[in-house]
Each structure stands twice: as C-alpha cells, then as structure tokens.
Design a protein around this ligand. Sequence first.
Ligand code: FAD
Length: 579
Amino acid sequence: MSAQSRLEDRFETHQHDVLVIGAGGAGLRAAIEALAQGVSVGVVSKSLLGKAHTVMAEGGIAAAMSNVDSADGWKPHFRDTMRGGKMLNNWRMAQLHAQEAPERVRELEQWGAIFDRTADGNILQRAFGGHTYKRLCHVGDRTGLEMIRTLQDRGVQQGFDVYMECTIVRLLTEGDRCVGAIGYWREQGRFVVFKANSVVMATGGIGKAWPITSNSWEYTGDGMALAYEAGAELMDLEFVQFHPTGMVWPPGVQGLLVTEAVRGEGGILRNKLGERFMEKYDPKRMELSTRDVVARSIYIEVKEGRGTEHGGAYLDISHQPAEYVKKKLPSMYHQFKELADVDITKGPMEVGPTCHYVMGGIRVEAETAQSTLPGLFAAGECAAGLHGANRLGGNSLSDLLVFGRRAGLAAAKHAKEVSAANVDPTQIDAAEEYALAAFQRPRGENPYAIHRDLQTTMQSLVGIFRVRGDVERALLELEKLNERWTQTSVEGSRMFNPGWHMALDLKSMLTISEAVARSALVREESRGAHSRIDFPELSAEWGTKNNIIKRAASGMTLRQDVKPAMPTDLQQVLAEDQG
Ligand code: FAD
C-alpha cells in the first residue's frame, strides 16, 4: 500500500487545485477569482461562513471613484496611502491598489452589492481620516456585511467547496513548496488533510494578543504563524494599529469599535475640559487626521489628566440632526443605546484607543501576492506591504478586493503549472503530535491564564508607546510564556473543547507577539503606528528598511532588507499636490 493511500485511510482527505484558508473578504475574493480560472477551490474557515472580520467592517471601502469629489483619482489615493503609511509602503502594491480599487467596487456592485447612493444614482462616498477626498463607498455603517453577503453569494453560486468550523494547524510542504494543510473540525476534534497545488492564506490579524481590541476571537495570528512555521518570511510586524475610538465603558464592551465614520460624518473630539484637543495635535486635519496621530492624541490627553470619567475622550455627533445620525450610523446608534445606555443623537460617546489592525504580516510579491514560499499566497490583513507603517481607514476592504483577486489569479495559474502535490505522512504525524500534546499532560498550565498574561504583557510593554527597556522586558516575558505554553494541559475530549482551541491559538499568538516585539525593539525611530519614546523622530535610514522575520533551526531570526527604490514616475506622482 502506498504512503498516500495509507494517509487517506487514516484521515479524511480532500484535494483541490487551490486551497483558500480564511473566508473573509480576501479569502472569498481569491476563491472567486481562482474558480473563474477553471480550477477546483476549497475554502476553509475556523468560524461559520459569513462570520469573518470583514462582516464587522463599518465605515466603507476606499476607492477613487470620483463620484462625490471629481478631483479624486488613483494618484491622490496613491499619495494619501503612501503618506499615511509614512512611505514605508510597498509602492507597487500602493499603486496597484489605488488603480484597481474602483473597478473592484464596480464589480461588487454588478454582483449585487447595494451601496448608499448620491442624488444622481452613483455610489455615495464619505470622508475618512487621511483621505484628501470623499472616497469611502459605504452602506450606512454596515459596509462589511454587504460586502461579505455579495462575495459569499457569488462564490457559492459559482461552486467552491466550503469547510466551516475547521481550524488549520499546520501547512504541508514538499521540498521548498507548499502543498496543503492539516486542520481539525472544531466540533468533532477529528483531523482533516487538504492536498493542494496552491494555498492562499487569508486569515486576518492578531488583535487578540492585546486585551483591549476591536477584534474577535478569530484574530490570533494563525495564518502568519502557519506561514512562518512553514518557512515563509514575515515583514514589518512592529506596525500594529491602535484605532483611536473604541468603547471605554462599560467594561464588558471595552475596545469595541466606534467607527471612524462618526468622525467622517462630522464627529468632534473633546477632553473633559471641553477642549477640542485635535487643534493642538493636527490643526489642519483635526478629527480626520490619520489614526496613529488621533490615537496618540487621546492617549496623551488621558495620561495628562484631561480624560473622561472612564479614561477616554468625548466623541460628539449630537450636533447633527437625529434622523441623519440614525440613517448614517445605525449600528453606532444601537451599539451605544443597548450597551452603554447612551443616546448618541443627544450626547457624546466616551472613546479610547483599541488594538485594531496589523500592517505587518506575510511578505508577498506585489503582482501575484505570492509569499517567499512557492505555492503559498497571502492576501488581506495577514499579508504585509500595502499599508506601510499605518493603514488609512477604508483601505483594508479595498485591499481585500484588489489583492484577494490577484492572489486567486496567481494561485490558479501556479496550480495549473506545477505537478500534483504529494503529502509527506511524517509531516502529518508531527502535526498530529503537536496538536494533541496538551492532552497528554495531566495538571499542567491553563491556556487561558497564559493568554491573560500574554495580553497584559503586550498591552503594558508593547502598546501605543514603546521604549527599549519595556520591549526587552516583553521579550523576556514572552520567553517565559513560551516555556509555560509547553506545559499547557487540557482536559476532556476533543469534541468541541474550547480549552484545546485556545491552547493552539495561543501558540500562534505567542509566535507573532515575539515577532512584533523583536521588530519593535530594533526599529529605533518613530514612524506611523510605531512610537518609540526613546527615538521620537523619523529616521531617514530606517525609512529605507523593512524588518524581515524568518524561522531558522536556531529559532526566530530578524534581518533588515533595503526597500527597492521608487521609480521616477511614481516619485513625481508623490511630489504633485493635485491629481
Ligand atoms: P477576515 O475577514 O477576518 O477573515 C479571516 C478568516 O480566516 C475567517 O474566516 C477566519 O475564520 C479564518 N481563519 C483564521 N484563522 C484560521 C485558521 N487557523 N484556520 C482556518 N481559518 C482561519 N476596514 C476597512 O477598510 N473599512 C472599514 O470600515 C473597516 N471597519 C472595521 C470594523 C471593525 C469592527 C473591525 C474589527 C475591522 C474593520 N476594518 C475595516 C478592517 C477590516 O474589516 C479587516 O482588516 C478585514 O476585514 C480583514 O479581512 P480578511 O479577509 O483579511 O480577514
């Protein structure tokens, strides 16, 4: 009997030309594109289909459609994205993104998405921080829901296979190429093997490593950790975005997002003295400054004693007509009414920074979204490059569409070109041993306790402001937490066992948190979302470098690669003030 047939006897096994891990906007868009190329596609998701982060997106999709401001175009969008990212962005990704986003939005509309409209029937666009023009295509403050509904309908109609509530724990490799993945059904605890010629990673971010976050339980950095373990490079993980406005009260909902659309629709920030403090920090853009600037401004106001009762700032939209607020911000209206007993049409909200997004992630090539591991592609929040040191609001949803499509296209092409994948059974055995180890240890460490300590470490030592001594302490703490992780134990059976799920998710969070801390330690400057108290200025030298993380036999390695120089035509675009 061959090794392959023995494998299929032991495990439920599926084979696809392209396997997409993650069913958010990036994964679904990649799957749709791969299907359109005539290959077979499987989509795996650790939550239910339709429950990814993309569904939570509120404010909108940034695309220079020029429906509201006719002066907009790809060049201003490119400039804003590069300036917002403090020039660390992969300029080719920023160019492709700005050029292709409008077409991707129109396509979404053709597939059935219903956007808010201008009086003459075009897609309505709203203002957002760091965008020169009104650029965000939206559906009230429920844009992500409409986007995911549309992509899901399209994909299911076209015929991809969906594997829901299935967590991938290891990628499979053959030589230096990625050939599939192994995961387990969360409900039953049984393992399942996926063979594939190409794999697209679309698993989102890492917010759950911080306690105050807008992210849900799914954001544990799995995709980045899986790619890292399989030998792919990660890039620029020091850039973690703290969104300026999360709920601060009541405690049970701390961190829940208050969309930037509130400020886009005219919301004003004040401290407890009633001062409109953004006048001090960014008098030109005020509340619509970039997220890194607004988050730091609120943080400083609170730290210097001008915070609100519950340690935040006031955000007020009540000067707008009540009906307008309810129409443009229906989710925010209900969120505050139901969770905090505050009527935002009558009074201010209390808000404060919340861990929201990671700009760093899997290093990819701009045109194809291929990682440094052949056969592995990555798109969406788990991929690095487009947003540089700080993402502009709305640029994630457009990123998912532009690079999700590109990843699906390139993954399908790659799948057609390479020979059929062979899976090495010893890798399956190793993955199984790794995943089940916590069941073998009686009375070990509780994974939830380690998670809590990880969150405390990241919040207090690798948060909005960083300093050498703190980050060094964080690395020592992470070493201890990693050691404790090897002693975790879980009780009960493998059937829907949350402690077991947490133990596995925790390993991903520990790996990526270490990458964040290592990268934050060496970048001796302040740029975008990375603020060093001991190095408060931009450094010209660091502006040319990306931090690259890679796994070696000795452990995690970090090096700096010099960014390729920007071609002169794009330099000229940057130098122009008007599009
Ligand atoms: P996701 O949509 O999160 O999908 C990740 C998928 O991967 C999920 O299906 C998950 O189950 C799966 N997965 C993860 N790990 C595994 C594993 N190990 N095995 C199998 N499956 C796995 N951006 C904007 O541009 N505009 C906005 O208005 C906006 N509003 C936002 C509001 C909120 C509250 C939040 C949290 C984010 C918002 N963002 C917004 C950011 C944006 O929504 C996300 O960056 C984006 O949706 C990420 O999409 P994704 O496809 O990369 O990942």
